[in-house]
Design a protein around this ligand. Sequence first.
Ligand SMILES: [Mg+2]
Ligand SMILES: [Zn+2]
Length: 192
Amino acid sequence: MRAWPRTLRKAPAAPTAFLDRDGTINRDRAGVYITSPDQLKLYASAARAVKLLAEKGYRIVVLTNQSGVGRGYMTLAAAKAINLKLVRDLRAAGAPVAAVYFCPHAPDAACACRKPRPGLLREARKDTPADMKRSFVAGDKPSDLALARNAGLKGYLVLTGQGRAAAAAGYKDLLALARAVPDLGKNHKGKD
Ligand SMILES: [Mg+2]
Ligand SMILES: [Zn+2]
């Protein structure tokens, strides 16, 4: 479900960076749930990374599993407040996020939106179409890469969060990834 913003402006199809949240943008430890906004701590380079991706022509959409809601560790309102803090913290650092979607269900709920299932991505694309050829998914878990495969998108692993445990090649962090992806530059601006 969409955590932010409440309403969306109509926008043309855009190359989109579908970013995972915990362990990719903000600090994350296995088995520790972020259940209140004050527990959300961005990585030092995260805002720079998101800003660079935006400058390179990508729309920024965050997709995050928040099973802590379904497990009863936090309310839906708390999950939304945490996502709102993420958007505000990034914005304050000049890094624009277009939308945040999250799955609030427990893993055994068999919902359609828990990554690597493509429900969140589908919902995001229904709200605002993505240029699928030039869009990608980035995250710190194999489930993020699996989501990319399931959606037919490029997928990139970052080695922050739980990425180091994934035993796969990846980028040091989101900033290293932001530096590596193509700059859509004039090509992109010309299309709008
Ligand atoms: Mg993650
Ligand atoms: Zn779900």
